[in-house]
Design a protein around this ligand. Sequence first.
Ligand SMILES: C[S@@+](CC[C@H](N)C(=O)[O-])C[C@H]1O[C@@H](n2cnc3c(N)ncnc32)[C@H](O)[C@@H]1O
Length: 272
Amino acid sequence: MCAANDNELKALVRERFTRTAEVFGDYAVAHRVTEAERLARMVSAGPSDRAVDLACGPGTLALRFARHVRWICALDLTPAILALARSNAIKDGLANLVCALGDAQALPFGDGSLDIAVTSYSLHHISDPAKVLREMARVVKTGGHVGVLDIVVPEDPKIRELNHRIEYIRDNSHSRSLARSDFDRIFAAAGLRIVATEVHGHPRTFDHWMHVAGWKRTDPAYIEARRLMQSSMADDGADFHPSFEPADVVKHSEEPEIYMVNTGIYVAAEKI
Ligand SMILES: C[S@@+](CC[C@H](N)C(=O)[O-])C[C@H]1O[C@@H](n2cnc3c(N)ncnc32)[C@H](O)[C@@H]1O
């Protein structure tokens, strides 16, 4: 249940983020300001820094980082969503933000040419996240900072499997969510010393989570993902902490809202 190879995964990513560019892009830019600012603080973004936000989507991190740093490149694989980053930057008057089409696994920068490399909610879409970390470490100078924000799953293989099944039904460009030990391993392997880690839950409704992935309540993928999510309620077997609110169960007895939590991890590191 995932793409066979890197090219196939990239094609799925482009298809997915072209189709959902508007709905996902509007949501991410409007609702992830706090997350972007938290990561900016964690990597000590400052006025002399040159930075890259890779797999930038609509510019979720780059649009905030541009307010702190000297220059930032927003890079993404999907032209449709990168166009949103560009138009958002113009709308916000951010002349120090440039956009580039590219692959996070092969960054178009020289060794040690930047101060900061960041990425958010991207590693789980990429076939080789360790390679992305190596690239981030390569392009920043010694003492430079690398920051990652992504979803995180528990180490338990059974929970990971059900979590992946649900994620993959929602989005077939989902490759693999990482656990805490995976982050520790790929940062260390890239020569990065972790200086801060934070884990935050992001509560939302299942309906909204599916909506930003482009699904309606009547779609078969919505119905199947909801069935699995509901089946995981008793033991939280997929780590989404799903629940019904008693008031909703009374109001809409057949299809009450499911409340859930996406768990995100922020990792900030220094190149040694
Ligand atoms: C879930 S979105 C996250 C976007 C943005 N960083 C945010 O937090 O809102 C994932 C993004 O990763 C991009 N992406 C996936 N694989 C990529 C790759 N190999 N290189 C560059 N971008 C990639 C997609 O095009 C998409 O814009």
